[in-house]
Design a protein around this ligand. Structure first.
Ligand code: F6P
Length: 549
């Protein structure tokens, strides 16, 4: 396949960009009273307003033509058909089967995976009902009060983000916590007020070989067996994995293992057994509501024409700024405290998927690919990094996300929160000229010289693009829709750039070197082949750690 940036559609976009780069959104709104309606999409109660983008109807037509030229429809079909679209690992990427709520079969390699998916869901239901109902007894016969998920990356971020996002649906008296960092502080702080007799560990690892997770799981096991003895492990440890052999070798019984499959990528695994901590926290019915919401977005993605397809439109807008305006970052700004971890989750989803410099055919990409994703919940971000969004020299496109209803109605908090969301997107779009700033300062009585000096600092370039995603409330189905929206957006961008979004070879080199250096740190030998910086740092660590009390 030819490089997408060599296609006719791309060349047409380059010419078009030269024509429209200087247009302001303010003028586009002034010229077209229907702009909001023209550039917004909805699915159920979810509204995506993308009218505050630097696009015209022609831009969108050309971007859609690019999507067609890159065969987004073909790749989408191949994904839903369970073809091995993760070519470097020769695997399907069929996470959509995990939330398939229809009766339709979904196949990988000619086999319908739905019976196995349903089987694990049934196993999860039996387990979560038992834990939540107090019938799963710990080794001493007491019910479980705390569940600790031990995992990292996709085996942590998705479940941790969703569990926190759905806090209003948690069961009283049952708390779910997450440990991911190999820094012992994470485990120590998580366990310090827990009672081993009422604590259950979920060891979540697709491969069951990840050093951080196995190190934490072993230490958790010691913590438990020091208090309750070896025989306690069976009632206090379960595993979520594709690697039954390694789970057994760790000492977890096959009955306490929840399986998933190699066609489930780590960063799209929260819908699989990896979602068990979510299900423990909110119950299996609500976990299935989460799946159902994602399924609604899957059907939309599969069936809506490209121009009315939310993930496709978001993907194209992202590419427009990265490849034609030189944007390098993308902000995700949830105006909802419960969605605090959404940016961290999307960092893995986007940056591990599309942080690639080589195309599917092994040739280097010549354009930008995935952006640096970052964010904080509104309004905290406003008082931290929005300065750069408003006045930094580089454009940073942003997604603003909010709900009309809050789970915690209290005085004027929610309207204040939403007013901030709306004000920020409007301010980013409109900006303020230096002349207006000067007029305002003068009107306030500032001396002309001082006003002229200050005015450039109080000017805002504006014309900064934002997408607004507005929902009724963040409940399980809506959250499912939102996550699936971003999953498909990231997939479509990978297709547009001609890269494989489903592998992650870039994390391997650091892992390999860490293994070698760990040996050197522990046995005191100095490996050859280190640069002087690494060798010097190893020496410094050794000296200081020897002096440690
Ligand atoms: O960071 C690399 C990675 O392979 C992620 O893709 C994955 O989510 C994470 O490590 C954890 O892997 P596992 O679930 O196998 O422990």
């Amino acid at each position: 396949m030819a490089s997408p940036d060599k296609s006719k559609a791309w060349t047409a976009l380059e010419a078009h960009h030269r024509k429209v780069a200087g247009l302001t959104m303010g003028a586009l709104f002034a010229d077209d009273p229907e702009r909001f309606g023209r550039f917004s999409l909805s699915l159920g109660d979810m509204l995506l307003d993308y009218s505050k983008n630097r696009v015209t109807a022609e831009t969108m037509d050309l971007l859609i033509a690019l999507a067609r030229a890159a065969d987004v429809e073909g790749w989408r079909a191949r994904m839903f058909e369970g073809q091995a679209i993760n070519t470097t690992e020769n695997r399907a990427a069929l996470h959509v089967a995990l939330r398939n709520r229809s009766d339709a079969p979904m196949e990988v390699g000619g086999d319908d995976v739905m019976p196995a998916v349903q089987g694990v869901l049934a196993q999860m239901r039996a387990f979560t009902d038992s834990v939540r109902g107090g019938n799963w007894k710990g080794h001493t016969g007491r019910p479980i009060t705390h569940v600790v998920n031990v995992g990292i990356g996709g085996s942590d971020l998705g479940p941790a983000m969703v569990t926190e996002a759905l806090t209003p649906y948690h069961q009283d008296g049952l708390e779910v916590r997450f440990v991911s960092n190999v820094d012992a502080t994470d485990l120590a702080e998580t366990l310090k007020d827990l009672d081993p007799a009422t604590t259950l560990f979920i060891v979540a690892s697709k491969t069951f070989t990840t050093l951080e997770t196995l190190t934490n799981a072993r230490s958790a096991r010691h913590w438990l067996t020091d208090a309750l003895g070896e025989d306690a492990v069976g009632r206090h440890f379960v595993a979520l994995s594709t690697n039954a052999e390694a789970v057994r070798a760790f000492g977890i019984e096959p009955d306490n293992m929840f399986a998933f499959w190699d066609w489930v990528g780590g960063r799209a695994s929260l819908w699989s057994a990896i979602g068990l901590p979510i299900a423990v926290a909110i119950g299996m019915d609500r976990f299935e509501d989460l799946l159902a919401g994602a399924h609604v977005m899957d059907r939309h993605f599969a069936e809506a024409p490209l121009e009315a397809n939310m993930p496709v439109v978001l993907a194209l807008l992202g590419l427009w700024y990265i490849d034609f305006f030189g944007a390098r970052a993308h902000a995700v700004l949830p105006y909802d405290q419960y969605l605090r971890r959404l940016p961290a989750f999307l960092q893995q989803l986007d940056m591990e998927s599309n942080g690639k410099g080589v195309r599917r055919d092994g040739t280097p990409v010549e354009r930008g690919t995935g952006p640096v994703v970052f964010g904080e919940p509104g309004t905290n971000g406003q008082h931290a990094f929005y300065q750069l969004l408003h006045q930094g020299p580089r454009m940073v496109p942003a997604d603003f996300i909010a709900a009309a209803e809050t789970h915690n109605p209290m005085g004027r908090h929610h309207p204040i929160l939403v007013a901030n969301f709306l004000a920020q997107t409007e301010a980013l779009m409109k900006g303020r000229t230096a002349a207006d700033a000067l007029a305002e300062l003068t009107a306030r009585g500032m001396a002309p010289d001082a006003a002229r000096e200050l005015a450039p600092h109080k000017a805002f370039p504006g014309n900064r693009p934002t997408n607004s995603i507005f929902v009724r409330r963040f409940d399980p189905p809506t959250l499912g829709m939102l996550i699936a929206l971003y999953e498909h957006k990231v997939f479509v961008q990978g297709v547009l750039w001609g890269i494989n979004s489903f592998d992650q070879w870039g994390v391997e080199l650091g892992k390999e070197l860490a293994g070698t250096i760990l040996d050197e740190l522990e046995d005191g030998t100095q490996g050859s082949g280190h640069d002087t910086s690494t060798a010097g740092l190893i020496d410094h660590y050794r000296r200081l750690s020897k002096e440690a009390p």
